[in-house]
Design a protein around this ligand. Structure first.
Ligand code: FES
Length: 373
């Protein structure tokens, strides 16, 4: 899953890869696994995380370096991180993880990122609602378990849609959570291709069904914070419907699987680009880990800032390359850029000059960006 964030809270820090050992690969459904990594004590602080955050994984698959972002599925625990990986049809990384990744293997795992989380210091009496589809339950599992554990007066409502019971990830863990907090967790499975006892919960989660579920089961006026996680069309439907019901957008956070364009989740191609005498170029100066670098990019190459920067510094951070995860964020210190897509930055970050470098192209002859800002 490529991850993205809307809404506030959570932290941004410089993302770094470390090689971690897989301690367990556990089947969740026929098409998904939970992968747990051990985090050595020396780097445990870097892997402190908030429920709802995600990590990027990097591995060589059939001779290609692939990166994918996955949400952390367990409440924060020192010494380990776990992600849930669902196989996409044709998804090279997820298929590889499902079939080739085993306990004892080592792969690169980026330190946790993301702002899809709650204010964990103010949970008393708070009602949090999550709407998820498929593997979108992953960050909500971590959030729900944490919220319910940390405050005895918090409440969580989850609406979770799948095609059939066999597709439901974490089905036992969700049932256990419900057993543990029967009065504070409301769990509604919506199955599109399986008949449930309640007709309201049988069928596709379209606008009509969503409105009925909100009206009869969730009660938006009682909810302080909303978390949406799934494909773009579902997230958009939920955001629009909630707005129409009078829910303030600043109380609605969302995370996307992908932007709907599969190619965008591939890393940028690192072609060999030569700058010839007389070429019209833009000049990029950037700072990363306190070290400044300069690169020139021919205008005809139409390189993003990220792609140009990677030619001289392979350690420039990125994960999804699709404007979704926020890992490539940097602050524009001088010059101007045009950012095509943004599913990750908050409005206040944009106001302060931050951009997603994978989506940004200079509109001035010289641009200076700071990845450390
Ligand atoms: S790398 Fe994910 S938003 Fe740029």
């Amino acid at each position: 899953m490529s991850a993205s964030v809307g809404g506030a809270s959570g932290s941004r820090r410089r993302a770094r890869f470390h090689t971690l050992r897989v301690t367990e690969v556990r089947p969740l459904t026929d098409a998904s696994v939970e992968v747990t990594f051990a985090v050595p004590d020396q780097i445990a602080d870097e892997y402190d995380f908030l429920p709802g955050q995600h990590v990027a994984l990097r591995a060589d698959v059939d001779g290609f370096e692939l990166r994918r972002s996955y949400s952390l599925c367990r409440p924060p625990t020192r010494g380990s991180v776990s992600v849930a990986i669902k196989r996409d049809s044709g998804g090279r990384f997820s298929t590889w993880a499902q079939t080739e990744l085993h306990a004892g293997d080592e792969i690169d795992v980026m330190s946790p990122q993301g702002t899809f989380t709650s204010n964990l210091s103010e949970l008393d009496g708070v009602h949090i609602a999550g709407i998820a589809a498929g593997s979108g339950i992953t960050p909500l599992m971590a959030l729900a378990a944490t919220v319910l554990t940390r405050s005895e007066t918090s409440r969580v409502t989850l609406v979770y849609t799948n095609r059939a019971t066999t597709d439901v990830m974490f089905i036992e863990e969700l049932a256990d959570l419900k057993d543990k907090y029967p009065s504070r967790l409301a769990l509604h499975h919506v199955l599109s291709r399986e008949q449930r006892a309640a007709p309201l919960l049988s069928g596709r989660l379209d606008e009509e069904r969503l409105r009925c579920i909100l009206d009869e089961l969730v009660l938006p006026e009682t909810v302080e914070e909303w978390f949406l996680c799934g494909p773009m069309d579902l997230v958009q439907l939920c955001r629009d419907t909630l707005e129409d019901l009078g829910v303030d957008r600043s109380h609605v956070r969302y995370e996307l699987f992908t932007t709907g364009d599969r190619d965008r989740s591939e890393p940028p191609p690192l072609e060999r680009i030569e700058v010839r005498e007389g070429d019209a170029v833009y000049a990029l100066d950037f700072t990363l880990d306190g070290q400044s670098s300069t690169v020139q990019s021919p205008l005809v190459a139409h390189e993003s800032i990220l792609t140009a920067a990677l030619r001289v510094r392979p350690d420039v951070p990125f994960a999804c390359a699709g404007g979704v995860c926020g890992t490539c964020r940097a602050r524009v210190v001088d010059g101007a850029v045009n950012m095509t897509e943004n599913y990750a930055l908050e409005p206040d970050e944009i106001e302060r000059g931050y951009v997603l470098t994978c989506q940004s192209h200079p509109t001035s002859q010289r641009v200076v960006v700071d990845y450390d800002a």
